[in-house]
Design a protein around this ligand. Structure first.
Ligand code: KL2
Length: 418
């Protein structure tokens, strides 16, 4: 078909030293689903462009032919795409509430999804949804997160997140659970201070939801539109689990824009103590009680925290988090090294959407000499290839006749070891 760009599945070869993407023929063909001792599932992250936001920011879509911008044109395309990829879990952003109630939710339910939704606060028209296949998971808990805090002047924006705890439907009793988080962080390129704090709140909620009896975390998938580019301080913080932000300009945090003229640097600490979130991105103080939900012992968690940073450095310029997260995508086209993009309109073509997942760690508690085992994470099996800005301009940018958002859907296949 004319104007359609092909995206291919890249299968990840885990047995070579370097994790590399290959076609099915080159690499191990994935074994069939639910093979002995494993549970495979797929995840899509997709910012579907709320119609009200499209109309409020119409200058971004001047390159588009008028008819492709109507919701009545876009929605059937988006639904077709979702149906085609048939992911077990959908993390959607910019889900407009009236469209969700009238069309999106009913359509997804008829495709076999259970849907959870969190609307943005204030008078904002949209929110985040996580939908999962009834046939694959049952819902243990749904935890909406509001980043707006009336008692914290910094947190005056209406962005939200949503964290689900899901139990894979497998015919055995002792099966690991999976935590799925979805968010759409603040857009404003100059307000990295708010973005980092919103992220910290999400991470604290995830730590609370994903905490297990033994103090470790269940496997995690964190999706969303982070309004930050690869390699930016916010992105590095997610991947490295730590960030020293001393002297960092607030406009540099997300890397969306180059200039940071006359910009304030981040204060130390970034957010005030009354937010109830530590520099390790877990709940503390009066709000710290929230850990009880997942059955963890809060005192254990707090002990672990003080170990990480050290008792004397109370107001250090260091953030940490407890997860070991990798990005499904590598953000550069494998053959040419040209940057991949996840969003493309008349003002920018960049990566801001991600699927992060917990990587497996070597079990260091085992006896020396024993065979190395990997615990607590997910194995990435495959991803749907992304595109470059050049690829997208060959089909008139986004949205176009076939791709009906200004973002591309991201897709990954994971394997959970039972
Ligand atoms: O970048 V986005 O689009 O993740 O695709 O997130 C925000 C922007 C979204 C929700 O606030 O609306 C878009 N200039 C450009 N885009 C904007 C602006 C703006 N001033 N405000 C909101 N958005």
């Amino acid at each position: 078909m004319e104007g359609v760009i092909k995206r291919r599945w890249e299968y990840i070869c885990n047995h070579s030293k370097e994790k590399t993407a290959m076609s099915v023929e080159e690499c191990c063909k994935p074994t069939c689903e639910d093979s002995e001792g494993t549970f495979d599932f797929s995840v899509m992250s997709y910012n579907i462009l709320a119609q009200d936001l499209l109309e409020d920011n119409s200058h971004l879509y001047r390159h588009c032919q008028r008819p492709v911008l109507h919701w009545s044109f876009r929605f059937p395309n988006i639904l077709k795409e979702i149906k085609h990829f048939d992911a077990d879990v959908l993390c959607l952003q910019e889900v407009q509430e009236d469209h969700y109630g009238a069309e999106i939710r009913p359509s997804l339910e008829s495709l076999g999804y259970h849907c959870e939704y969190k609307m943005r606060t204030g008078q904002k028209p949209d929110g985040c949804a996580i939908c999962f296949k009834h046939s694959k998971f049952s819902l243990l808990s749904a935890n909406p997160v509001e980043f707006y805090r009336p008692d914290v002047p910094l947190l005056d924006r209406d962005n939200v997140g949503l964290v689900l705890l899901l139990r894979p439907k497998v015919p055995r009793t002792a099966c690991p659970v999976v935590c799925v988080a979805n968010t759409h962080l603040l857009y404003n390129p100059r307000r990295g201070d708010i973005k980092l704090t919103q992220l910290a709140i999400l991470l604290a909620e995830m730590a609370s939801v994903a905490a297990q009896q033994d103090g470790s975390f269940c496997p995690i998938v964190m999706c969303g539109d982070f309004n930050s580019v690869p390699g930016s301080p916010l992105y590095s913080f997610i991947k490295e689990g730590k960030l020293d932000y001393a002297g960092l300009a607030i406009g540099k945090v997300s890397g969306q824009e180059q200039s940071s003229r006359g910009q304030r640097v981040l204060t130390i600490p970034i957010w005030p103590p009354n937010l109830g979130i530590s520099q390790n991105c877990v709940y503390e103080g009066p709000r710290g009680q929230r850990t009880e939900k997942a059955g963890a012992d809060p005192t254990q968690t707090e002990l672990a925290n003080s170990d990480l940073i050290g008792p004397a450095k109370k107001s250090s310029s260091r953030l940490q988090h407890h997860f070991s997260l990798s990005s499904v995508y590598s953000h550069y086209a494998p053959d040419t090294g040209v940057p991949e993009v996840t969003t493309c309109h008349s003002r920018s073509a960049i990566t801001v959407d991600y699927i992060f997942y917990s990587t497996r760690k070597e079990d260091v508690s085992r006896q020396p000499g024993a065979e190395v085992t990997l615990v607590g994470g997910l194995k990435l099996l495959a991803r749907l290839s992304l595109l470059t800005e050049h690829d997208l301009w060959t089909v008139n940018g986004l949205p176009n006749e076939h791709n009906s958002s200004d973002h591309l859907p991201l897709l990954a296949k994971f394997r959970l070891q039972l």
